[in-house]
Design a protein around this ligand. Structure first.
Ligand code: NAD
Ligand code: UDP
Length: 345
């Protein structure tokens, strides 16, 4: 998009998902018009009504798969977006180990199709959901964008493959404006309590698991190891509030409007929080007890990971504003008001 270009439409692939749906709210707030394209393989159409409630307007929604070039092309023709935020993808590490081909096909294959269609339609602005998983087990923390990249599982490999694909593309064609945003650990929910994370089945991630224990859906948390080389022995991560994360995306659109090129940017708070610190913070925020037991380490887990977030501040003028208590309070509000997520009661 050119500066002051009247086209404020943004195609949001995966826009019915956890992060994409919150991004739609922030896009509306910043004067953009999100158009959601999602096959609902890991989300619910009801989220679109909730976006409407929270943002005052619901985005256009097209149900479709990013691997379907014809469907994507039709969307570009009818809505003529000026930029794409690309959230669509599968993200369960365990499932990716069992079904690596599915992850390659969906995430990498799907991104190839999207890029082809964008090229044909003359749209060259893309914000891509990458992940701190591209750093694997880091040599040092905090992690800067120059740290070596390595995949430790098939899901991480898809993020690495896509980053390389985008590097090749921008090297060949100077029209592209691309940002790979490397998320650390997104948590939290919209402060209204109307939108949040709604994982299918048993949550893989810490925060939704804790929230489901606090609300009584699960008996206790299993803490995966307390013998790591960290202050209390439990794993340390950089949790970032989803509303801060999506604000970073809107700020990135402005960066892309300013000029061509490829940006790799960490989105994190720069602060590490242990599993037990998170349990304590959630208990304080919810007033509920979160019983836990310490069990063996989870295979493939790393001890500690947090971001050097200074590049995001320099390039985007962005820093995370919401602290750990806010992450917990907002998650709890969502969990308490929607104990079964978006499912009908
Ligand atoms: P999510 O599963 O809630 O959202 C992803 C959305 O993409 C879902 O609505 C799903 O239905 C859709 N989708 C998947 N494959 C599709 C396809 N082929 N065609 C169309 N739609 C498809 O996940 P999320 O947490 O919102 O994550 C969004 C992106 O951010 C993903 O790419 C994920 O890998 C990345 N990411 C997430 C985290 C995290 O912890 N949540 C961390 C780092 C990176
Ligand atoms: N964790 C845990 N119990 C759970 C889920 C996660 O102890 O049920 C720990 C995990 O070992 C890690 C931290 O919580 O130290 C964050 O895990 P998550 O899966 O949320 O993020 P990731 O490991 O992918 O960064």
């Amino acid at each position: 998009m050119k500066p002051n270009h009247p086209n404020r439409k943004v195609l949001v692939t995966g826009g019915a998902g956890y992060i994409g749906s919150h991004a739609c709210v922030s896009l509306f707030a910043a004067g953009y018009q999100p158009v959601v394209f999602d096959n609902l393989c890991n989300s619910h159409a009801r989220v679109l009504e909730r976006i409407g409630e929270v943002a005052g307007q619901a985005p256009d929604f097209i149900e479709g798969d990013i691997r379907d070039a014809q469907a994507l092309e039709a969307v570009f023709r009818s809505f003529e977006p000026g930029a794409v935020m690309h959230f669509a993808g599968l993200k369960a590490v365990g499932e990716s180990v069992e079904r690596p081909h599915l992850y390659q096909d969906n995430n990498v294959g799907g991104t190839r199709v999207l890029l082809d269609v964008m090229q044909r339609m003359g749209v060259h602005s893309l914000v891509f959901s990458s992940s701190a998983t591209v750093y694997g087990d880091p040599d040092e923390v905090p992690i800067t964008e120059h740290a070596p990249r390595r995949a430790t599982n098939p899901y991480g490999q898809t993020k690495l493959d896509i980053e390389r694909l985008l590097e090749t593309l921008t090297a060949k064609d100077a029209r592209w404006r691309i940002a790979c945003l490397r998320y650390f650990n997104p948590v939290g929910a919209h402060p209204s309590g109307r939108m949040g994370e709604d994982p299918a089945g048993t949550p893989n991630n810490l925060m939704p698991f804790i929230a489901q224990v606090a609300v009584g859906r699960r008996e206790r948390l299993q803490v995966f190891g307390n013998d790591y080389d960290t202050p209390d022995g439990t794993g340390v991560r950089d949790y970032i509030h989803v509303m801060d994360l999506v604000q970073g995306h809107v700020d990135t659109l402005r960066l892309l409007e300013a000029g061509a090129g490829l940006h790799m940017i960490n989105l994190g708070t720069g602060r590490g929080v242990s599993v037990l610190e998170m349990v304590n913070a959630f208990e304080a925020a919810s007033g509920r007890r979160v019983p836990y037991e310490v069990v063996a380490r989870r295979p493939g887990d790393i001890a500690a990971c947090w971001a050097d977030a200074s590049l995001a501040r320099e390039r985007l003028g962005w820093t995370a504003e919401r602290d750990l208590p806010a992450m917990c309070v907002d998650t709890w509000r969502w969990q308490q008001q929607n104990p079964r997520g978006y499912a009908e009661d």
